[in-house]
Each structure stands twice: as C-alpha cells, then as structure tokens.
Design a protein around this ligand. Structure first.
Ligand code: PLP
Ligand code: COI
Length: 358
C-alpha cells in the first residue's frame, strides 16, 4: 500500500459481496462495492477519516440536509489499466475535487482539501480494486458526496457535515442514440442560481420535466436559458455539443454563464478536438440555429458529454412537438468516444497526465 500522509482508519468487511456480481450485466448505480470512505466535519475541522464496510448512515429526523438541501456530489470513473490490469486508472480526480469545492462554497458548506479527497479515494480503491470491471464499456463509477448533518430545524448553514465516497461497478448508461427534447417550459436553474454547482436540488428540479418528456418518448432534455428559452444550455446529466459543418459548438460555462455545470468530460473533449485540429466554439447557440442547421443539412451530428454517459450521440432533437432526425451516418462521435475511452483505460498514451494511478 502506498504511504498515505493522512491517518485513515481501515476496517475491512468480513462479508465481501464481490463473488455475487455478474460483471457482464451491470445495471448503473444499483450495486455498490464493499467499502466506503467517510470523514466527518465539526468544530471547523474534518476528522475521523475512515474506510469502512459500505453501510447505512444513522441520521436524526431533523437532519438539515433532508429539509434544506445542503447536499452536493461528484461523479468520476476508474478503469483497469490495459497495460497493467492490477492497476486502477482514475480519470482526472483532482478536477472533481476542485469542482466539489465550487459546489460547497455556493451552498455554504465547508471546503474539503484535495489531500483528503485524493487520499480517501486512494485508500478506498486500494481495498476495492477488484470491483473495477474490465468488460467492454464498463468502469467503476465513483460517487463522492457531502451533506449537512446538524439536527436542527432553524434555517442556517449546518455546522456539521459528512463527506463520503462510494463506488459502483457500471456498464453503459445509455445503450442507443438518444431522442432529446428542447425544453422551453421548465428550467433546472437560472442566472444567479446553482447551475454551476453540482447540488442535489438541481437534479430534483429536473425530475418532473424529465418524467414528462419520458412519457412522450424522449430520453433526455435540452434545457434552454431560463429567461427567453432561446439558447441551448445543457442536458439534465450532461453538457452538449453540436457538430455544425465540422465546427464543434458548445454553450459557454463560467465565467460567461453560471447556469451550466462545467463538465470535466467537456474540458477533456475540447482539448482532444483541438489536438485533432478541429475548430471548437464555446458560444451561445440558439435553438433556431440548431433546428435550421438540421433543416439545411449543416448539422452533421450532436452528442451529450458527461462522466456517466461518456459521449452519447443524439438520434433526434424535438422542438415544439416536431421531431427532427439527425443524420444516421454520423460516426465521428464514436471515434471521439473511442479515443477518450482509450486514454481512460490506458490503451492510448496519456500525454496530459489525466489519469491517476492506484
Ligand atoms: N451537466 C450535468 C447537469 C451533469 O450532471 C453532468 C454530470 O456530471 C455533466 C454536465 C457532465 O459533467 P462531467 O463531465 O464532469 O461528468
Ligand atoms: C455523472 O455523469 O457523474 C453524473 O453526475 C450524472 C448522474 C446524475 C447520473
């Protein structure tokens, strides 16, 4: 085991569930690995860092995060290194640590040091490394999260918190190209709101519109700006990118817009595209521009980008009750996905230091 500078107590489970898992058929997010990392915060400090068997938290009914939503999370993935299968490669975890702190600041939660985040992750994956699948399109999905734990009904930031990391082996999130609907009635966030943060409430706000869209046969939504519903922002679980005549267009994030989550997959994809000599534009893109480019044949393809979904091509974009089908012969997003996953899995050289080895 690597020497970790922090004092992390490790308690191994006596009842591993690993042998019960069918790694050829892994539903997303349902089966959790054997252990979790946990740290508690009180009196202005993180303490009691531990890796313990995955299990329930004990919470009082007045736990403030259950009432006022002080809860944030992250999502990242680990893979078996193709060059050395006993090693785990985690993709850009330091970026998730940074973003967790952006989210924490936005809803008055304490910062967590990159040291605790990284060493907690390291200690956890050292013990659960056999949970990292090596089947096609699979990974270990890693979910760090923090929530308020004060037992207090008054409306103020909690003074105590728990930070934890759990993991779950995962197969594909989507198995086919998506039908997405431009959403003009509901918003998941608004300027000055919490869109830039990965706070639980954003996801609660997107449940009803996603449910209504699913009833109409759509897999996901394309949220538009809350003011005019004119510009495309992002989807409920991913940023989005449009290939218009070979230029890759995606909506701007902070500091231009604070309504869109700054996707780490997107940062990566932009760099990969630029390295491939492609033109990328981070700018406002109107619904009208997207629909007219479909009509005049300039929209070659469109896709969602995010950790859970990786790169998810769109088959159809719907606006005002009309379905517009995208070209079915668009293969570039799959090429891009193969490159992206090749780096994640250690099949292609990681020239940028994106992967963290455990
Ligand atoms: N946008 C939203 C709303 C998300 O939930 C996610 C998923 O994390 C993303 C974008 C993609 O971000 P990332 O690539 O960092 O996973
Ligand atoms: C992720 O991609 O990690 C996400 O957070 C999406 C999730 C809501 C499933």
């Amino acid at each position: 085991m690597k020497d970790l500078a922090l004092d992390i107590r490790v308690e191994k489970t006596q009842n591993s569930r690993l042998s019960e898992v069918d790694f050829n058929n892994i539903p997303f997010g349902k089966i959790m690995a054997d252990h979790m990392f946990v740290a508690d915060y009180s009196d202005g400090k993180w303490h009691d860092l531990r890796v313990v068997p995955y299990g329930d938290f004990q919470l009082g009914p007045a736990t403030s995060s259950l009432h006022y939503g002080q809860a944030i999370f992250e999502g990242l993935k680990g893979f078996r290194n193709a060059q050395n299968p006993s090693e785990v490669l985690v993709f850009r975890p330091q970026e998730n640590a940074k973003r967790l702190n952006v989210s924490a600041e936005r809803i008055c939660m304490p910062q967590i040091s990159e040291e605790i985040f990284m060493q907690g992750l390291h200690a956890l994956l050292e013990i659960d490394r056999d949970w990292v699948p090596d089947t096609e399109d699979s990974s270990l999905y890693i979910r760090p999260f923090m929530f308020a734990t004060d037992n207090f009904l008054g409306m103020r930031p909690s003074e105590t918190y728990t930070f934890a990391i759990i993991t779950a082996p995962a197969g594909k999130y989507y198995s086919k190209a998506l039908k997405v609907k431009v959403e003009k009635e509901f918003s998941r966030t608004a300027p000055g709101g919490t869109g830039v943060a990965k706070v639980a409430g954003n996801y609660a706000a997107s449940l009803l519109p996603a449910k209504l869209a699913a009833e109409q046969g759509y897999d996901q939504l394309l949220y538009t700006d809350a003011k005019e519903h004119k510009y495309i922002e992002e989807s409920g679980t991913m940023n989005v990118m449009f290939d218009i005549d070979g230029t890759f267009v995606t909506a701007p994030t902070v500091p231009v817009e604070d309504t869109i989550l700054r996707s780490i997959t997107r940062l990566t994809v932009i760099e990969l595209l630029q390295d491939m000599g492609k033109k990328v534009e981070e700018r406002h893109i109107s619904v009208e521009e997207v629909i007219s480019s479909i009509k005049n044949g300039k929209l070659r393809g469109a896709f969602g980008i995010g950790t859970a979904v990786t790169i998810a091509p769109f088959a159809t974009i719907a606006e005002d009750g009309v379905d517009y089908d995208l070209p079915t012969d668009y293969t570039f997003s799959l090429e891009l996905k193969a490159k992206f996953q090749g780096i994640q899995k250690g099949e292609l050289e990681d020239t940028k230091g994106w992967t963290y080895k455990i």
